[in-house]
Design a protein around this ligand. Structure first.
Ligand code: AGP
Length: 573
């Protein structure tokens, strides 16, 4: 993963770079650092704490040429030596890198120099140094020897060169000079237009001139894109991003519905005629909303399958030219999901991106885009975006079956009446000491169980599993004892009685049961849910469970916005 930035400016660029890194922190926060040119020498400052610490350490530093990095560790632990930027063994070249150099061990063996870190990136900077010619020539010839992915910014003797393969990179002019970053939202300064680097393209950046090159070192022309203005006027400010974002769910569902009813989102689509099959591909939480979407499509008689992107990519799936392939992703930047989209594009399948980030990579690959209007998500744990994905997939299923018009009143009623429900404090105190937690449900409630379990693991580090309630007796029931807490979700009417029998089997083994349900039931500790139409219950029921994860995390003293080992955008395979 990781985020990179580079500035060449008339005035001091250090503050710009640090500001960009703060925005890019969602891409990884294991460490951060900058390298800059000072009196002809490269100076480097790193931090293992956070960008604010880096800011303090660089307050008095000035330079017109700076590269910066925020890291999600892949090769080598979280140490200052492994933190970027990395310098070549002569200290003349500095590099920041997002991606993975797969053949770094072979390259390392062939380089005759001493290495300071365990990273693949340090191999790359030394490989560049070992090549001949100008900096741009060295970078391009080194890239030919590299297997894997990269977005890089490299400085040497006052020169700045950037390039990319697979990992994103954007460059732009602004009133103070030139900039390159992993994400257009991290441009600092007055940027109006920007350039998208394609795979195996490179650029040499001077204060007032950017030159683009292809992999053969030939100059190429590129067209600028207008920088979209992203305004968010509904931000709720709470003590953590995660809490604010869960609470924003009601507003963003309303906004999303408004956009879908008033704008031309559906009429802009170019879909295959009479869709009989929809396949959804995604990762993590987006995979769970894809599972939910598949249920909605099946309800409308459309055959539907869901795939984890990292598995689909190397799998043996038989493709269907008449099917629609939907890629669900909050960021639109997830490497595994993007790789599947590229693969299916090559095979000329019908593609649709369901994303929350305008202008993201996935939107550019797919011929069709359905936006979720959840606004930017900062917390690593996805919450409001998940609810919007589920909501949009439901709306889309109605659209495909030509039932949208008939259901508009029901949709509006839901967004008006739906209430955000926190997790009961007293109940939390009662159950927070359980170390073994199962989430169970049947049908769509099982998908909610999967998502609730992921949220809990992700931010509170408590091991939990989600299992279809009827499947417990086929093995997992062996784990149930008086130390087990089972959170059961029950909103599906047709399997309600079946689920209650499954809960009896748990209670008979000493397990503590908490029932999250809109049905009345006196037999268990209950979290009563607001009663809504069955198809909205996946949204209603996940909210208190998102809060459950959040409150457990807070009780344990962790930061929910930055869970260990994770990053918001997973841009490596
Ligand atoms: C969600 O809480 C997780 N942080 C993670 O599973 C995430 O949903 C996954 O990495 C996919 O991200 P995307 O939606 O940006 O593609």
């Amino acid at each position: 993963m990781c985020g990179i930035c580079a500035y060449k400016t008339k005035e001091n660029a250090v503050k710009f770079a640090v500001e960009s890194l703060k925005i890019l922190e969602y891409r990884g926060y294991d460490s951060c650092g900058i390298s800059f040119l000072k009196n002809g020498e490269i100076e480097t400052v790193k931090s293992l704490i956070d960008i604010d610490d880096l800011k303090k350490k660089t307050e008095n530093k000035t330079s017109n040429l700076v590269i910066g990095h925020t890291r999600w560790a892949t090769h080598g632990g979280v140490t200052l030596k492994n933190a970027h930027p990395h310098l070549s063994s002569s200290n003349k070249i500095a590099l920041v890198h997002n991606g993975i150099i797969e053949n770094y061990k072979t390259l390392k063996e062939n380089l005759n120099c001493a290495f300071q870190s365990e990273t693949d990136s340090e191999v790359l900077v030394n490989l560049i140094e070992s090549e001949k010619g100008s900096l741009i020539e060295k970078v391009i010839s080194a890239s030919k020897k590299v297997e894997g992915t990269f977005a890089i910014a490299v400085i040497e003797n006052g020169e700045l060169v950037v390039g990319k393969r697979e990992s994103p990179l954007y460059v732009a002019y602004f009133d103070g000079g030139v900039v390159a970053t992993s994400d257009i939202s991290a441009f600092v300064g007055n940027v109006k237009e920007f350039y998208i680097l394609n795979d195996n393209e490179f650029a040499s950046l001077n204060e007032n001139k950017i030159e683009f090159f292809n992999e053969n070192g030939e100059k190429i022309k590129k067209n600028a894109e207008i920088l979209p203005k992203i305004t968010q006027n509904f931000k709720i400010f709470d003590k953590t991003h995660m809490e604010s974002e869960i609470k924003e769910t009601k507003i963003v569902l309303k906004n999303t519905l408004k956009e879908y009813l008033n704008s031309s989102v559906f009429s802009d689509l170019n879909l295959p005629k009479n869709i009989k099959e929809i396949n959804l591909i995604a990762c993590g939480t987006a995979f769970h909303s894809a599972l939910m979407g598949a249920e909605f499509f099946k309800e409308q008689g459309i055959n539907s399958h869901t795939y984890v992107a990292s598995e689909f990519r190397y799998g043996r799936e038989i493709l269907n030219k008449n099917a629609l392939y939907i890629f669900v992703s909050q960021s639109g930047e997830t490497a595994d999901t993007i790789a599947c989209a590229k693969l299916l594009k090559e095979k000329k399948m019908h593609l649709l991106a369901l994303t929350n980030t305008p202008n993201c990579v996935l939107n550019r690959i797919c011929e069709n885009v359905l936006p979720t209007f959840a606004g930017k998500e900062f917390a690593v744990a996805s919450t409001k975006a998940y609810c919007c994905q589920v909501f949009v997939l439901f709306i889309f299923s109605l659209f495909l079956s030509q039932k949208l018009q008939d259901n508009i009143d029901e949709l509006i009623k839901f967004t008006n009446e739906f209430q955000i429900q926190d997790f009961d404090k007293d109940l939390l105190n009662k159950i927070s000491s359980f170390q073994k937690i199962f989430f169970v449900g049947r049908e769509k409630d099982y998908i909610t169980a999967l998502e609730a379990s992921l949220k809990l693991k992700e931010i509170s580090y408590i091991n939990s599993i989600a299992i279809p309630a009827g499947e417990l007796k086929h093995g997992t029931l062996a784990l149930v004892d008086e130390n087990t807490l089972v959170i059961a979700i029950s909103t599906e009417k047709n399997v309600r009685e079946k689920l209650l029998s499954n809960l009896e089997e748990i209670r008979a083994r000493g397990g503590e049961v908490v029932l999250v349900s809109n049905f009345s039931c006196k037999d268990y500790i209950k979290i009563p849910l607001q009663a809504m139409h069955e198809n909205f219950m996946p949204i209603v029921s996940i909210i208190p469970l998102q809060f459950f994860a959040l409150r457990m995390c807070e009780k344990l003293g962790y930061n929910p916005d930055k869970p260990k080992n994770l990053a918001k955008s997973v841009t490596v395979e």
